[in-house]
Design a protein around this ligand. Structure first.
Ligand code: HEC
Ligand code: HEC
Length: 638
């Protein structure tokens, strides 16, 4: 994804955003020819929006609304044909003005502004999700969409994307389809997601066929191309036969159709005609194993992406430090005191036990499995790097209650530790025990805690006997009727938004103070950090992987079982329970799940458990000269 903006200049609802397009590293080419297909669809879009705008003024006239609705589907169809291209060129514009979700947004990338939702989804809500259509909103959104596509059309001649990048954009689109489109991230009211996939596919086919014409036949991998086109056609056929959103078997479709198409696309991309761009993406594009551990580029999530010297040794050292109470103020607490390997690195308590043991911490201890796959850390996202996160904890009086000088001077009492640092940081400037060295080692260790080998993952890999019919149905509910997958994104199931994986989402779901009263929990969450009023009571969406091991749940640990969590969602979150939370981002209507459906969802969640190779603890800790210190207990006393 290219984080460039197409330069849309928009004045809406009091905001004016001007973004300069910059496409420096692209090679030049004959754009008008290359983007003919995209340009044609854009022209069509603009003309249908034009016709719709004139209809919007007379919605009350019989027949006009019907026409407007039918135009809506026509524009969605054109848009989906070229979604892969627009999303690649202008993800920002899509998120804020064209096809963003129906919630107000505030993000550092737009300063302290709060941006109202705009684009297709607002239009959809007006036309299909309410009995009282607001004519003004409909007209304004149609105009805005028309303007957005006009700006895009104008920019097309300046954009330079080569064929290899078009293939990249297609790879991202297949991921987007699997994780967002099939999980109801858009088309929430019309639920036309499956038919929209057909539009996406036919767009990909058209552009692939056009790419082919740019090369001499004897130089082009025609057999791969043919296989790819046939794969896409057969996926289109499958969608056409299984259009119903609720009963669509997503896992079948992802594994039997999307994955083989993706593999073929990577194969084509690997031909010498289409060199991979040297961009550090979260997804390793030159890997055909979609949605598997190998497809993620761990370096993308690292602070020091280029600092790869001795990382394995640093991680080993980090493991020792993680389990060693010598880092705490009283030699009795370690990171592992609260993050216990046999509980997926959580602690089973409602809230963590404070240093002085009489009190609790303010929040529930989260799992550290897959923690690396996040943009921010802590429930409110106050730490932007794992190193910063560890720094917070080590100093926190309620947690480790230590100081930098103490830690360094204590570690220096051990020649074994001195040697471990020296070896792990050999060739760098940190061969003596430094604070940076401590933080870096711990975070290198945390990066090894990747859990992506559950039965669910095995199914995705092609071992179809690993999931029962109930679990498969559970996933389809999770991603369909129950809406879970629109926040806990497939396949990491946290709030890191695919396919760029560059943004972690915060949501207001209205978790109450306790299970009996009707007050929202007093912890105001993300607003502490962002200061944006829409983030009052917003929390970072955690992963639900390994949730069978991480009870109790939520930032305040009020739910003891997954059944209680699912029940909470079924009622519509805090609002649904009767709590007044103005900015709840979770839909507050009841999900109307039956008992069996709730059990199916739970069964799916249980299939996400994987701790193989992740429960390892050091047998012993490094030696000190001081015999008292040598009585330290691996993982701490409490
Ligand atoms: C006393 C218990 C306790 C100890 C000791 C502790 N943690 Fe935590 N940890 C927590 C709690 C509670 C949170 C959530 C706090 C919040 O969100 O405000 C947390 C959050 C985290 C997170 C963020 C996870 C996420 O998904 O955002 C990481 C990473 C982490 N801890 C690592 C560590 C490391 C490394 C150490 C040792 C240096 C450590 N913790 C020591 C209780 C503890
Ligand atoms: C609007 C976004 C959203 C939707 C939809 C959503 N969740 Fe969540 N989920 C969150 C957020 C945010 C949290 C953390 C809330 C907190 O700690 O207060 C969370 C927490 C959880 C947890 C607790 C994880 C832990 O370790 O404590 C589970 C389990 C969970 N969700 C499952 C589900 C299921 C099942 C569904 C569908 C029925 C669902 N979620 C739908 C955003 C969402």
């Amino acid at each position: 994804m290219i984080d460039h903006h197409i330069g849309i200049k928009l004045k809406t609802a009091g905001i004016a955003i001007l973004i300069i397009a910059c496409c420096s590293f692209f090679t030049s080419n004959k754009n008008s020819e290359r983007y003919r297909y995209v340009a044609q669809n854009t022209t069509q879009l603009i003309s249908v929006f034009d016709r719709s705008i004139s209809l919007a003024d007379s919605i009350s006239v019989p027949g006009k609304l019907k026409q407007l609705k039918s135009n809506y589907f026509i524009t969605r169809n054109y848009y989906k044909h070229i979604e892969f291209f627009i999303e690649y060129i202008a993800p920002f514009d899509v998120k804020y003005f064209i096809n963003g979700p129906l919630v107000k947004k505030s993000d550092l990338e737009i300063g302290s502004r709060i941006v109202d939702p705009h684009g297709f989804q607002v239009l959809e809500e007006q036309l299909f999700g309410t009995d009282t259509i607001d004519q003004k909103i409909v007209a304004a959104e149609l105009r805005l969409l028309k303007q957005s596509f006009e700006a895009f059309q104008n920019k097309l001649q300046d954009i330079n994307v080569n064929d290899a990048q078009l293939l990249e954009a297609m790879q991202f689109e297949l991921m987007r389809m699997s994780s967002l489109t099939l999980s109801g991230y858009d088309a929430t009211y019309t639920q036309t997601n499956i038919t929209e996939c057909v539009s996406v596919f036919s767009g990909l086919r058209a552009v692939l066929n056009q790419i082919k014409t740019n090369y001499a036949l004897n130089k082009y991998p025609t057999d791969i191309h043919l296989q790819l086109i046939n794969g896409i056609k057969s996926a289109e056929k499958y969608c056409a036969l299984h259009k119903t959103y609720d009963s669509f078997d997503r896992l079948y479709f992802i594994t039997r159709h999307i994955k083989p198409i993706y593999k073929c696309l990577v194969c084509l991309h690997r031909s010498e005609l289409f060199p991979f761009t040297p961009v550090n993406y979260a997804i390793n594009l030159n890997n055909e194993h979609l949605f598997e551990r190998e497809s993620y580029n761990l370096n993308y999530f690292s602070v020091k992406a280029v600092d790869t010297l001795g990382n394995a040794l640093q991680a080993k050292l980090g493991e020792l430090l993680f389990f060693d109470p010598v880092l705490s103020g009283n030699n009795q607490r370690a990171c592992a005191s609260c993050h216990k390997p046999d509980m997926a690195f959580s602690d089973g308590l409602q809230k963590g036990l404070a240093f002085e043991t009489k009190n609790s911490l303010d929040r529930n201890t989260p799992s550290l499995l897959n923690t690396i796959f996040q943009k921010h850390f802590f429930y409110d996202g106050r730490a932007r790097q794992l190193e910063q996160q560890a720094n917070d904890v080590l100093h926190n009086q309620k947690e480790m209650n230590s100081s930098v000088d103490d830690m360094i001077s204590r570690l220096n009492l051990s020649t074994e530790y001195q040697l471990l640092f020296k070896t792990a940081y050999k060739g760098t400037t940190d061969t003596i025990i430094s604070y940076y060295g401590i933080l870096k080692a711990i975070s290198e260790y945390e990066k090894t805690l990747v859990s992506m080998n559950s039965r669910f993952d095995k199914y995705i890999k092609g071992h179809y006997q690993q999931l029962s019919a109930q679990e498969i149905n559970g996933y389809n509910l999770f991603s369909g009727k129950a809406l879970c997958g629109s926040c806990h994104f497939f396949p990491l199931f946290n709030g890191l938004v695919p396919p760029a994986y560059s943004d972690t989402e915060y949501e207001v779901i209205g978790v109450p103070e306790n299970t009996t009263n009707k007050n929202v929990d007093k912890d105001e969450g993300r607003i502490f950090v962002s200061k944006a009023y829409i983030h009052q009571y917003a929390f970072k969406t955690p992963t639900v992987r390994n949730s069978s091991l991480t009870a109790p749940y939520m930032h305040n640990g009020i739910y003891k079982t997954l059944d209680e969590v699912i029940e909470f969602y079924n009622k519509g979150g805090g609002q649904g329970l009767g709590i007044n939370i103005p900015h709840q981002t979770l839909p507050f209507d009841s999900l109307q799940l039956s008992k069996k459906e709730m059990l199916d969802i739970k069964a799916f969640l249980l299939a996400l458990t994987d701790t193989v190779g992740l429960m390892h603890k050091p047998n012993k800790l490094p030696l000190f000269q001081d015999s008292k210190l040598n009585q330290r207990i691996v993982g701490g006393v409490y």
